[in-house]
Design a protein around this ligand. Structure first.
Ligand SMILES: [Zn+2]
Length: 263
């Protein structure tokens, strides 16, 4: 699978993205639905069933598309409702839910969705970012590479696994290194497309670090490519975001030299 071209620059100056106006303050990156986001249909559905109508291709939008009532239900209620519906899916598939091995599966899947693999949909799980003064006046690139990345393809609901490499140049503030891992993890723990995940991580790092000089590269395997469809286990998908000092031939070269360096 070839990575698709991304026509998106992270919103930092309030510029319009595909007709959407962003406020440049990173709002909408915390799992909250934008006020001017997609329109929704609620004809005959229960309060939790929505059909999203949207002309924009998902891979060119920065915010994860969420409906306006996304955060109304408590976690326990979400788990209960998902478990019910997952039991229906299993039953329709013909599985016997009275079987010892199967009967706990709906509850397990529901808890896994809400509390683990999709916990990044809940803005309350967003990592608090603590900044420190750059006392050492370190002015070069800081690169953290091979950050473990576990996400989920939003088109097939199967895992995406890989690594994320992040670089930044301090604007006078630095961040605890583990916070970078946590930011990557927060945005990965959502149904995702890799292009959006890359852009969301880059935008959050710029916001938190108050710098334009950010690079993000993701190299990942998509289970929807390797275990179904074309069943290609050899390919991986690379996406990148370079801005500020990283967005030049020299900047990219230096960043990639860091990535290639052996310990
Ligand atoms: Zn997929």
């Amino acid at each position: 699978m070839k990575p698709r071209e991304i026509s998106l620059n992270a919103p930092t100056n309030g510029q319009a993205i595909n007709g959407q106006k962003h406020n440049g303050k990173g709002e909408g990156l915390n799992g909250q639905a934008s006020t001017n986001q997609a329109s929704y249909l609620r004809n005959g559905h229960s309060s939790t069933d929505y059909e999203v109508l949207d002309d924009e291709p998902l891979s060119t939008r920065l915010d994860t598309p969420m409906h306006p009532e996304a955060h109304h239900l408590p976690e326990s209620e979400k788990i209960e409702q998902i478990a019910d519906k997952f039991a229906d899916i299993m039953h329709i598939l013909g599985l016997d839910l009275t079987d010892d091995s199967l009967k706990g599966t709906p509850q397990r899947v529901a808890k896994m969705y809400v509390q683990e693999v999709f916990q990044g949909l809940n803005p309350e799980n967003k990592p608090a970012a603590k900044l420190f003064d750059n006392k050492y006046r370190y002015g070069q690139m800081l690169v953290e590479k091979d950050i473990t990345l576990h996400s989920y393809c939003e088109h097939h609901f199967v895992p995406i696994t890989g690594v994320c490499h992040v670089g930044y140049v301090s604007s006078g503030k630095v961040i605890g290194l583990s916070k970078i891992n946590r930011i990557v993890r927060f945005y990965a723990k959502r149904p995702q497309v890799q292009e959006r995940l890359t852009e969301q991580i880059a935008a959050e790092l710029k916001e938190v670090l108050q710098t334009e000089h950010v690079a993000v590269v993701i190299d990942a395997d998509h289970m929807c490519v390797s275990t179904r469809g074309v069943e290609d286990c050899a390919s991986s998908t690379l996406t990148s975001h370079y801005s500020g000092q990283f967005d030049s031939p020299q900047g990219r070269q230096e960043f990639w030299n860091y990535l290639k360096s052996e310990r």
